[in-house]
Write a protein that binds this ligand. Structure first.
Ligand code: NAG
Ligand code: NAG
Ligand code: NAG
Ligand code: NAG
Ligand code: NAG
Ligand code: NAG
Length: 433
């Protein structure tokens, strides 16, 4: 039955209702469809069955196209331009973000390797950044940073640690757009990474420091007052601790610790007994080779935390699927095309509700993105940039407060801090189908 009507608002609606044909005699599919032209001239066809155009099944063809773009992401993808925030002789080791001045735009923090100095640049919200504010004194050098509200006063603080000097430094956010001078929280050798988590359930954030040369994780439990911590408890047994992640790996509501060996091959985790003491390290795998970066996150959203590692030695990104209770699957290969990856990050870059991966391929200077195209399935590497010479660290932040996550990189050989704009066109679904 065909019908037409003119809507009161002047909108022309051309409706087609194909009523279900009676079972007797007809060999066509019975289906229901709506076809209408909206005010802006757009023709809408809604069908609960197939849509044939001159006999071609349009929906099936679109689905093939979608699979093709998923499989060959570089066909129509254009790398975003590299926006350089700063260049420094002697390399940049680290980049981190956090809205320190609470203006709604994440600021950028980075560490220049040669001077071991951390800088804070306020994000002015219009793709420009204020002049760099140096954070630490040269006598307390810094290598890496961690942004966290350590004293739970509602303002993001910054923690720094450095491999040469033996310190954990705390830059308290004074809440008025300034950071206090760094106070030494602890003096322990060889720090390379920091994390914060409430390890003993007392409501206060504790600090974990991974050390490279001294090959331990130092756990500093908070005494409850701002900036006051117990002497470190040392966890060892994992070789050089070149990666660090704090997460509840066995779903017992206590934050466990993940670390990996850069000089050996062990990827291990320490189970938190609930009071900030830890069981001996448990091996997740030796198949990652030299662990450059490790992340613990529920990648496939099945309720169990998964583990990811980037192998510096053979360029693979491996995924150990969480099986629950701190057990992990055999390694699943996500990528084997990188050359000496140094960092992986996990974020939903295309806003499809699934976590994607970002990784560096430091020797061939690329930053790549693996879209999670379907639960547990990843695209080929999509190149974000090949303009950073030996990228060490990546960070992800919505720098322009548009709802789209941008990418930041710190590279060593060319000393660049750079960012890559996500215009919303990274939303694959909106671009391609
Ligand atoms: C057609 O489908 C779209 C998207 O699902 C929906 O928003 C719209 O209301 C549908 N129109 C009709 C007439 O059913
Ligand atoms: C930190 O290291 C630098 C260079 O290695 C040294 O000059 C400085 O005295 C050290 N500072 C402290 C507090 O140990
Ligand atoms: C910010 O607060 C600190 C501590 O209260 C104070 O010393 C400093 O002068 C303030 N700075 C500004 C710019 O208001
Ligand atoms: C922490 O908990 C474990 C397991 O309950 C217990 O064996 C250990 O003595 C506790 N340690 C401390 C320091 O409370
Ligand atoms: C990567 O290296 C590790 C350790 O050497 C090895 O077990 C693993 O099989 C390697 N993976 C690949 C894909 O070569
Ligand atoms: C570098 O690695 C990326 C990551 O897969 C790869 O796509 C690219 O082809 C490599 N580039 C060169 C120049 O080898």
């Amino acid at each position: 039955m065909w019908w037409m009507r003119r809507a009161p608002g002047g909108q022309l609606l051309l409706g087609v209702a194909l009523l279900a044909l009676s079972a007797g005699g007809e060999d066509q599919d019975s289906t229901a469809a709506d076809i209408f032209v909206a005010q802006d001239g757009t023709l809408h066809i809604n069908s609960t069955g197939r849509v044939l155009l001159n006999g071609v099944d349009i929906m099936a063809e679109l689905s093939n196209l979608r699979a093709f773009f998923d499989e060959h992401p570089s066909v129509t993808w254009q790398k975003p331009e590299q926006n350089i925030l700063g260049r420094f002789d002697g390399g940049v080791r680290w980049v981190a973000t956090g809205d320190l001045d609470e203006d709604g735009f994440p600021d950028v923090l980075y560490v220049v390797l040669e001077s071991r100095t951390a800088y804070w640049r306020r994000n002015l919200g219009d793709e420009t950044f204020a002049a760099p504010v140096p954070m630490n004194d040269p006598s307390t050098p810094v290598l890496t940073l961690h942004v966290s509200d350590l004293d739970a006063d509602g303002h993001l603080d910054v923690l720094g640690t450095g491999i040469a000097n033996n310190t954990v430094l705390w830059f308290r956010n004074q809440g008025n757009g300034t950071l206090a001078a760094g106070t030494v929280i602890a003096s322990t050798a060889g720090g390379i990474h920091l994390a914060t988590a409430d390890l003993n359930g007392d409501g206060h954030l504790d600090i974990i420091q991974a050390t490279y040369r001294t090959r331990v994780l130092n756990v500093f439990l908070s005494k409850g007052q701002a900036g006051s911590f117990d002497a470190p408890r040392m966890l060892s047994g994992s070789g050089s601790c070149a990666a660090l992640w704090a997460a509840d790996l066995d779903e017992d509501e206590h934050v466990d610790l993940l670390t990996g060996d850069f000089d050996g091959t062990a990827l291990v985790w320490f189970r938190n007994l609930g009071n900030g003491t830890f069981a001996p390290p448990q091996l997740i795998s030796n198949s990652c080779g030299a662990v450059a970066s490790a992340v613990a996150v529920d990648l496939d959203a099945d309720g169990s935390v998964d583990v990811l590692c980037a192998s510096y030695s053979n360029g693979t990104i491996l995924w150990y699927r969480g099986l629950g209770g701190g057990r992990f699957s055999e390694p699943l290969l996500i990528s084997d095309v990188l050359v000496q990856p140094t960092n992986i990050q996990v974020a939903d870059m295309d806003k499809d509700g699934r976590l994607d991966l970002l990784a560096t391929s430091s020797t061939n200077d690329t930053i790549v993105w693996y879209r999670q195209t379907n639960v547990g399935a990843f695209s080929q590497a999509i190149s974000i940039s090949d303009a950073g010479d030996r990228v060490f660290t990546l960070a992800v932040a919505d720098l322009r407060a548009t709802g789209n996550l941008d990418v930041l990189s710190a590279s060593f050989n060319d000393g660049k801090v750079a960012w890559y704009r996500n215009q919303g066109d990274w939303a694959w679904r909106a671009r391609f189908y």
